[in-house]
Design a binder for this molecule. Structure first.
Ligand SMILES: [Zn+2]
Length: 151
């Protein structure tokens, strides 16, 4: 992946938005903006709109999602945007899209479970919502999901 995909995702696809962030995409998603308004915002910000809105199906700068299945959505988007489904990168907050910053280990000792603190050296923090990340935030569940998809 040479360039980080810049996407705007509509409110029917919030789950897909979180997955795409975990795979490194820059994804804005605002549940209060829809349809042509969201397309305008996406274009002004040089983003491709990812949508289930049939009215926008044939517009340029739009990736129309054909299915309600999260697995199929993720498979189609990974192909379209040339993401690596085996690389959970944790560069962006999966909830709010803020770029994560490294945080000193001693500062998180009271904020994560003791076994997590004991078994991880590196932590990252979201400056937007305050969520903490470490490299195996949701490893088993997430890899099982990705492994279940034939990319
Ligand atoms: Zn966040």
């Amino acid at each position: 992946m040479d360039e980080t995909p810049r996407l705007a995702v509509d409110r029917m696809l919030m789950r897909l938005a979180r997955w795409l962030r975990l795979l490194g995409a820059d994804v804005i998603a605002d549940a209060s903006v829809t349809g042509a308004d969201l397309l305008r915002i996406a274009r002004a910000d040089n983003r491709i709109l990812v949508t289930r809105d049939k009215r926008l199906r044939t517009a340029s700068d739009v990736f129309f999602v054909e299915t309600n299945s999260i697995r199929s959505q993720l498979r189609d988007a990974v192909r379209r945007f040339d993401l690596d489904p085996r690389a959970i990168v944790l560069t962006r907050c999966s909830r709010c899209n803020t770029v994560l910053t490294t945080i000193a280990r001693e500062l998180v000792s009271r904020r994560v479970p003791p076994y997590v603190f004991a078994s991880h050296e590196r932590f990252a923090e979201c400056g937007g919502c305050g969520r903490l990340y470490w490299h195996e935030t949701h490893p088993a569940r997430m890899h099982a999901m990705l492994d279940s998809i034939a990319f």
